[in-house]
Design a protein around this ligand. Structure first.
Ligand SMILES: CC(C)(COP(=O)(O)OP(=O)(O)OC[C@H]1O[C@@H](n2cnc3c(N)ncnc32)[C@H](O)[C@@H]1OP(=O)(O)O)[C@@H](O)C(=O)NCCC(=O)NCCS
Length: 177
């Protein structure tokens, strides 16, 4: 159950990440503390950290542990963020990030919808889900906009080291069939 390597939407192209993306990812968002605020990683201090990350993305496609796509804007070919799905048995979960200058233009719902739709179209996948920090209202809104239902709060579930050293409550969203 391997998703397509390229997914097209009206404004975006989701494609495989390549090592050459590391510089762009670093300068566009990986070093941005505001972007990283509710992520499980700390802002990258140098491009080497981003290279390690991209290397892991490339390997993930090979071993099937995750399917991360670079999100490219068709209009100018710019890499604006990333989205990732992980298939575990009959479930698939999704995570995403967008460079700050591109927030608020509906890009992430546009990127996430076909990824979620692909999961739901697989006969063996019954649950597509995602988590976000209780305070990450923009991410919660993305999930609502793509038709996910809020299931509840997983208390003390996720470490978001840029907010606190202690585990944080997470909102859980899903679509099931
Ligand atoms: C979360 C994120 C991907 C959203 O992507 P996006 O393409 O900007 O999403 P949208 O353009 O649909 O805008 C987000 C929605 O949240 C709303 N929103 C944004 N900030 C908000 C806030 N502080 N409080 C309430 N709503 C907020 C917007 O109004 C918009 O809703 P609307 O279309 O109904 O007006 C982007 O903000 C991001 O990359 N954040 C940093 C990384 C991250 O947190 N990733 C998710 C981890 S779970």
């Amino acid at each position: 159950m391997r998703p397509p390597e390229i997914i097209e939407t009206p404004r975006l192209r989701l494609r495989l990440p390549v090592m050459a993306d590391a510089e762009t990812i670093f300068t566009q968002y990986a070093q941005d503390a505001e972007v990283a605020k509710y992520m499980i990683w700390r802002p990258h201090k140098n491009v080497e950290e981003t290279r390690d990350f991209v290397k892991r993305c490339v390997l993930a496609w090979e071993d099937g542990s995750a399917y991360p796509w670079a999100i490219e804007r068709k209009e100018d070919g710019r890499l604006i963020g990333m989205i990732e799905s992980r298939v575990k048995g009959y479930m698939m979960d999704v995570g995403y990030v967008l460079a700050r200058e591109h927030w608020g233009q509906g890009y992430m719902p546009e990127a996430a919808r076909p990824v979620v739709d692909w999961g739901l179209a697989q006969s063996g996948i019954f649950r597509v889900w995602a988590l976000c920090d209780v305070d990450n209202l923009a991410s919660a809104r993305v999930m609502e906009k793509i038709g996910m239902r809020r299931e509840g709060i997983l208390r003390r579930w996720t470490l978001h080291p840029n907010v606190s050293d202690e585990p944080r409550d997470a909102c859980c969203y899903s679509i099931v069939k």
